[in-house]
Design a binder for this molecule. Sequence first.
Ligand SMILES: *Cc1c(COP(=O)(O)O)cnc(C)c1O
Length: 365
Amino acid sequence: MTYHSRKTYSIINLPALVSNYHHIANLAPQSETIAIIKANAYGHGAIEVAKILSSHAPALGVAFIDEAIELRKAGITLPILITEGPLSYEDFSVALQQNFWLMLHTPEQVDWLGQQSPSYTGKLWLKVDTGMNRLGIMPDEVDIILAKLTNEQLQSLVLCTHFSSSEEIDNPKTLLQIKQFERINQKHGYKKSLANSAGILNWPASHGDYNRLGIALYGATPIPAKPSQVKLAPVKLTPVMTLQSTIIALRELSVGESVGYGEIWQAKRPSRIATIAIGYADGYPRNAKNGTPVWINGQLAPMAGRVSMDMITIDVTDLAQVKIGDTVELWGENLAIETVAEYMNTINYELLTRISARVPKKYIF
Ligand SMILES: *Cc1c(COP(=O)(O)O)cnc(C)c1O
């Protein structure tokens, strides 16, 4: 067992992950639910997540081939969807060898495909741009592109698209994207894939042969800043990551004394300040405002002063019985990451993925 002097951990609840997977997959029983584990499984550790999902999910998804190779090295044998597709001509031979599913999204990638000799026999996805305007073949180019594929390639083809606003239940954009996608696929009838987490939860019409489940798998809701705009399907998600640290110092301040760099917080009353062993070098954002909550001994307490590289400072004046060594939750089981994210002008996706390698993960099996 590795020794850790500092008790700052990212605790990863794998049974919760598996239970989230099945809850959400059951919302789309006609679809295969691909687990998206790019960016080190949204900060949860791609190898452990892939291992546990290997007996549940039909396939995994990552952004680029390097992430998929890591998984193969760790013995993961499931097919792996590469959502940015081949980034060079050479990527095709790697993908074929390793059973990666390439998502083609530019005419240039399709040209590389055409230059493979002998012709490529791996499973292919083709992404159509229905309004995200980031990746994907333009709708009026689809026929020309399809004509460049061999019959064998067409047979296993999955046509797909990605939503720009599926988190927003009142936004008509998603239905327009679904409609346009269906219009394109109508005459072809390929297998299809549209839904991300918010698509699965909010837009049953977007459920396809394959859905691509990311953020909700980790028990985080794909909700941006305004929860009032969003209605989630009644599915119980459990946060998979709990970010934890401990109190390493306590002090009493008099009225008018300040805390930390830049003196951005001053005591308006006699105050008790707890120093916690986590900082921006751990991925806890420096722009967390005064007042950002943490959870200590069953109560919330507000941040006081600027986030340092290795530490944060918390006003624990209103908390009874706080002592050095007490556990502090930054987000997770007791404190929703979405709440914390609002104090940092960001979203759960970014908070989860930016936790740095300095924070050891503790897996609950
Ligand atoms: C990341 C990603 C997903 C998963 O999105 P979530 O909102 O996390 O569910 C799905 N599809 C593609 C193409 C992605 O890049």
